[in-house]
Write a protein that binds this ligand. Structure first.
Ligand code: SF4
Length: 383
């Protein structure tokens, strides 16, 4: 297929930072395809800071869409009908004018192969009615559109207005009938920046247009903190963390503002699964305190699907991955399997999705009631 963004030569690709060259990468919410990289929207907290790609404002392709889909579906981490997939969620916006034809090419290619995997498309951009009609013709993949909305009006942090995503969500949610699902992706929530009662009320009103809502905080990594400091931006926290930050009092205020809602979730996979009437594919049901926001029908779905694997079963699944040879199962409880011996997070996500059960790394213990978030802003850090 013709490329609508410039296609890099092999020599140019070879000069990219290591992680940028990794076109297929397992991230927490799914296997992520990123052969288009570069974004002009300039959100100060962009994850591109951590890939050495911040300066890349013009989207460019590392390969053709056909080659990229082939690389995705032949990847050892890809399991047909099982692995959740995310398209262009790391380095560009899938609905940028130059990027969207690639987005359609990938989605339609995956769909034509008969896969029923979840596919997540996250955008803050404008989406047109005709594009939604085209998305509605997708038959097999379970497509979810997540509209990133923060309500932040400090142009130094987020130059591209959140109101665009709000309008796109309303348009996408209003189409009837439709096969794709819509999520209000309410993030990043930052105390003092976008958490007044008015902000919370506006987000609640907006959530009524979505099939489900997820709220979450900011990934405040070292590279992002350095950018904030160098540019004199108001720093959200005095410290950085490997997990997303959502302070306890903010969470309580969000829950209070959404007391009437039956479709608010802490986890992206929970919202996506709920929107499709399926159990959570990340097995969060084991983390019981996560589910206090969930409607009873969804709880029942997840409860029925919840089954702790045996150590033998975990090893059996891990055998497909050479990099998991050193895997050790440290503990298995109703909450999660705890493993060690994995150098990176990617094989752990593979196990988690294959088993539909939480798999934690012994090096990074999860704290009760913290929902896999950073410790910043929480009083009690007892595991
Ligand atoms: S029951 Fe729990 S795990 Fe399942 S979707 Fe609801 S919050 Fe998520």
């Amino acid at each position: 297929m013709r490329t609508a963004v410039p296609l890099l030569t092999q020599e140019q690709v070879d000069q990219l930072p290591d992680r940028a060259r990794e076109v297929v990468e397992y991230r927490k919410s799914g296997l992520s395809l990123n052969h288009i990289q570069g974004c002009p929207l300039d959100c100060a907290y962009c994850i591109r800071h951590t890939y050495g790609l911040w300066d890349q404002r013009q989207p460019r392709a590392l390969m053709s869409d056909g080659e990229a889909v082939e690389e995705l579906v032949s990847h050892r981490y890809f399991q047909p009908h099982v692995t959740p997939v995310q398209v262009f969620n790391r380095a560009t916006d899938p609905f940028l004018p130059a990027v969207k034809r690639h987005t359609f090419a990938v989605l339609e290619d995956l769909d034509s192969r008969g896969f029923t995997n979840h596919v997540l498309v996250i955008t803050r951009h404008q989406v047109e009615a005709e594009e939604l009609q085209r998305l509605n013709r997708i038959r097999n993949i379970r497509l979810t559109l997540l509209f990133t909305y923060s309500g932040i009006d400090d142009k130094r942090i987020e130059p591209y207005p959140s109101s665009v995503a709000a309008e796109s969500l309303k348009l996408a949610g209003g189409a009837r009938p439709r096969r794709y699902r819509t999520i209000l992706y309410w993030r990043p929530l930052v105390p003092g920046l976008n958490d007044t009662d008015e902000h919370l009320k506006t987000a609640y009103e907006l959530s009524r247009h979505a099939d489900a809502t997820v709220f979450t905080g900011i990934f405040y990594r070292d590279q992002i903190a350095a950018y904030y400091k160098a540019n004199g931006l108001p720093e959200p926290y005095g410290d950085t963390a490997r997990r997303k930050i959502v302070p306890e009092t903010l969470e309580q205020r969000v829950l209070a503002a959404f007391i009437e809602s039956t479709s608010l979730f802490r986890k992206t996979s929970c919202a996506v699964a709920y929107a499709h009437g399926l159990p959570d594919y990340n097995g969060h049901y084991g983390i019981r305190e996560l589910c206090d926001v969930c409607p009873i029908n969804q709880l029942n779905l997840c409860r029925r699907a919840h089954q702790a694997p045996t150590a033998e079963r975990i090893h059996e699944v891990a055998r497909a991955l050479p990099e998991a040879r050193g895997l050790k199962v440290v503990d298995i409880t109703e909450r999660a399997a705890v493993v060690s011996g994995l150098d990176t997070e990617q094989p752990r996500y593979y196990l988690q999705h294959a088993l539909r059960f939480q798999v934690h790394d012994a090096r990074h213990p999860h704290h009760a009631h913290r929902h896999g978030r950073a410790d910043i802003g929480w009083k009690d850090t007892t595991p």
